[in-house]
Design a protein around this ligand. Structure first.
Ligand code: DUC
Ligand code: ZN
Ligand code: ZN
Length: 466
């Protein structure tokens, strides 16, 4: 099966040009001006931007908090209509099981045959026995070259102490596995949370009060120091505040392979959302907490200047009515996380590109190209180039919409960005050459997504001695 996309404006992380794209089977076979080729099907992309499908490197389809779980891969068509064709999900190691078995088993049961976009995984160490560190060298072969450790969440089964991070780095650096951290000081949060509760401050807003920027800054600096000590690269997920970005900049200026991302909600929402009445604030409980306008501005500068290299959704499909309400009398019991997978691409375009904060090339880089490279997918995902997977978004800049949960496929009862305007529309999406979104509607099939093995020595290792 061949497909010709004609007359579009192709945008990649490095350029922009008028051109045609020939897709043969699952791959991009040729790119050129006025391609004179026969194809089984032709799509006229006149007036549209033709961009690589988004790669969301920070998605939770299995996160569990306080005994309740997020929606899973059955809602991954939300990614597709939102312009994202690859998601990378965090899988917790099951106690008593190895990392690889935990991800393999999770994958077979919860993703294979269900996913509607392509997928890859990060492992999360929760049971740090010596055998688990020894297993790190086998992760690349299994296709799982990234591991996340949670510095936050004291007392929860997925919390990791500093020695666990150091031991993981020691093993990871020789085999090109990227260690990622959720950087917040667990002890200080615990102390501040208890103080809030003792004073009767139980509302969602106190989630932010008990997780001030300093707890993130301290943990980020500590994680960087551990990486320095272990002579290993580090990736800091969901960076939200100036002090943490500055720590990353300082490390980079020292020549250290330290990188980080931010997320859509930290660029667009702030602490005031948590103060909404009638428990509406719970919708915005995520960790790290939402910050102030100054931090938002600094984050926009950070993605513009390349201090942070990706924008993710940190998608968590928790319902407000049932799940978030578990913390009605105590904000500590509110499941942490908010939905956003469907809106990442459109929001970054609207409030980034359309408002002149980032260029179209930077947009593609942040939303697709670099996340693919960070996770060892850079040879097949995140770029419009011959030989790459034909994951392609046709974006119509002349249309628009108002974000509403009524039309969302995220499978939860609210949208964090309800009522915000989106300029442009994800009109068509190809997943490895198959049309899965047409006129903004999902038309693909359950199970069409495929597991893509990540390769070791992702972007964090570029320029490092292998
Ligand atoms: N933070 C969230 O808000 N949700 C999922 C996990 C996390 O660290
Ligand atoms: Zn996290
Ligand atoms: Zn997360």
């Amino acid at each position: 099966m061949s497909l010709l996309i004609k007359n579009g404006t192709v945008v990649t992380a490095i350029d922009e040009y008028e051109g045609d794209i020939l897709v043969e089977g699952e791959k991009i076979a040729a790119i050129g001006k006025d391609l004179k080729v026969e194809a089984d099907k032709v799509i006229d992309a006149k007036g549209m931007y033709v961009m690589p499908g988004g790669v969301d490197q920070h998605v939770h389809f299995s996160f569990e908090f306080n005994g309740t779980k997020v929606r899973g891969f059955e809602t991954s068509n939300a990614a597709a209509v939102g312009g994202t064709t690859t998601v990378i999900e965090f899988v917790n190691q099951v106690k008593g099981k190895g990392l690889i078995d935990s991800i393999d088993d999770y994958r077979k049961e919860n993703a294979d045959g269900i996913a509607m976009v392509d997928y890859s995984f990060h492992g999360v160490i929760t049971d740090p026995r010596p055998s688990v560190f020894d297993e790190i060298e086998r992760l690349p072969e299994a296709g799982y070259p990234t591991v996340k450790l949670f510095m936050a969440y004291k007392g929860m089964f997925f919390h990791a102490d500093d020695d666990v991070i150091a031991n993981a780095m020691k093993k990871a650096k020789d085999v090109g596995v990227t260690i990622m951290v959720h950087a917040e000081n667990a002890d200080l949060i615990d102390l501040l949370q208890k103080e809030c509760i003792e004073k009767g401050n139980v509302e969602p807003y106190y989630h932010a009060v008990s997780r001030p920027p300093m707890v993130e800054v301290e943990a980020t600096e500590r994680a960087i120091n551990i990486a320095k000590l272990m002579d290993a690269p580090l990736y800091v997920v969901h960076v939200t505040t100036k002090g943490a970005v500055d720590a990353i900049i300082r490390a980079q200026n020292e020549g250290l392979p330290i990188y980080g991302e931010t997320c859509t909600h930290y660029l667009l929402l702030d602490k005031s959302n948590l103060a909404k009445e009638n428990f509406e604030g719970a919708k915005y409980v995520c960790s790290p907490a939402l910050r102030e306008k100054e931090d938002r501005d600094y984050l926009w500068n950070s993605i513009k200047n390349g201090w942070l290299n990706a924008v993710s959704s940190d998608h968590c499909g928790f319902d407000w009515k049932h799940q978030k309400h578990m913390g009605e009398n105590d904000f500590r019991n509110i499941p942490n996380g908010a939905p956003g997978l469907e809106n990442r691409f459109g929001l970054l375009w609207t409030y980034g590109v359309e408002e002149g904060k980032i260029t179209k090339q930077q947009f593609v880089d942040l939303v697709s190209t670099t996340p693919a490279k960070n996770n060892g997918l850079g040879d097949c995902k995140g770029h419009i180039g011959v030989g790459y997977d034909a994951d392609i978004v046709l974006y119509d800049p002349n249309q628009g919409s108002t974000i509403s949960n009524e039309t969302s496929l995220q499978g939860v009862d609210y949208n964090s960005f309800e009522g915000m305007e989106q300029k442009g529309k994800v009109d068509k999406v190809l997943l490895r050459g198959q049309l899965i979104v047409d006129d903004g509607k999902y038309i693909g099939e359950k199970g069409q997504g495929k597991f893509i093995k990540g390769k070791p020595f992702g972007l964090c290792y570029e320029g490092q001695n292998k």
